[in-house]
Design a protein around this ligand. Sequence first.
Ligand code: UDP
Ligand code: MG
Length: 151
Amino acid sequence: MAIEQTLLLIKPDGAARRLTGLTIDRLDASGLEMVAAKMVSVSEKMAREHYQALSDKPFFEGLIKYIRGEFHGIKDHRVLALVYRGEGAIRKVRDVAGATNPEQAAPGTIRGSFGRITTSGQFENVIHASSDPADAAREVALWFRKDEILP
Ligand code: UDP
Ligand code: MG
């Protein structure tokens, strides 16, 4: 398996429900290495760029509000952004996360245990994880400068 890097975000529901440590613990146990970490105040522009591939989806505007903490009282729009590196890192982080839809995510996964679907239909699924090598490269470069990532 190739050595990969992948972006992980603790989404506002994850922060509000105090699931940051648990998520980091699970990733520690998976054997991956954390190579970058920072708190980011997510601008509207950043949110739209991060989710650009979903801009035509009916849930897009809600998703922008969600990632900027507007449903969880996070007034400074902060999220914790992390980069993990290791063999098959993209798949491994997605496995820890579980399926996008919390109702379909396996019980032991973060999303399976702690995700929910709101009455308005928004998936609140605790973390973001890059989905493939092209996405991971784009997302890591969007959230981090090169000199913020350990060599
Ligand atoms: N999302 C949603 N409803 C949907 C699909 C996605 O609210 O029907 C949200 C959800 O928070 C998800 C994010 O949009 O994590 C990005 O969607 P994507 O399909 O990229 O899923 P992910 O890569 O996060 O598993
Ligand atoms: Mg995705």
